[in-house]
Design a protein around this ligand. Sequence first.
Ligand code: GLU
Length: 330
Amino acid sequence: MTPQANIVVIGTGGTIAGQGNAASNTAAYRCSVLGIDDVLGAIPQVSALANLRAEQLLQTGSENFDNRHLLAIGTRVAELLEQRDVDGVVIAHGTDTIEETAYFLHLTLKSIKPVVVVGSMRPPSAMSSDAALNLYDAIAVAAHPSSRAIGTLVVANEEIHTARDVVKNNSFKIEAFGSPYGPLGYVIEGRPRYYRHPSRTHTVATPWSIDALDTLPQVDIVYGYGALEAQTVRDIAARGRGIIYVGTGNGNVAAHLIEPLRDAARRGVVVVRASRTGSGIVLHNGAQPDDEYGWLTVEDQIPAKARILLSLALTRTDVAQELQAAFEHY
Ligand code: GLU
């Protein structure tokens, strides 16, 4: 008999730790109230998948997560992955920002051991909750050797997604997770099946290590629209080291906002054009003369993950070409 993998399940809150008054409460319930021991205790079937240890790291909705939460999660996961008797880690997480935490781990962990971030759209108390199966599947994925060396994963609805691509794209439905290029694979009857692997650089091959990070530079996201006032853009640009400007279509910038964003770039604030559309490529020097204006572009990344990537890139360089290269490589 093959020895079981040792998996640590970290609780951070979210709907997967939520509770409603009635089973019919699929969307109205209290978040982040059940401890991870109770969540796991309700799924005795998981003991057939792995030797499990649970720990409660946080107990809050992921809408509250700031850079310190990301650093705290990353630091703890890295400590666990260094332990010889830990084969993988599962993080139970609110679904709202699962894609950001997962991407941050994908870029900063220095281990090939599987790390899976999982949440649920309905609390365990609800009718047809996705909590039990999502967590069961996440543990199955983390425990399986085929999940090693492919970066941080997000499991939902029997699908395995790479942290780089996965996006929450619905506010209430169970089918709320998708990747623009499709999932990496499926998990069925407690076994993952992969059909492709991430092609972009991650984990051990990136220049960022969670061990070397104490803080992250402030990068803000500005959602663009024609009625957005120039002064608002100037005010936001005065605060941090970078701005992800979420333009319409292929990253278009309203005419009256070009000068405030050019000013920001002249003052050393990194301006990156992104798109409101949710998918597709923002072509460098396409809709705008980026090189002339000193702006960068996200390539195909969504604004929330572009913020994470730019924050990390700024810990190592201020050079525009090197920052742009990060968007082409990760
Ligand atoms: N407050 C929750 C969160 O942590 C709601 C979303 C969920 O977990 O499904 O993101």
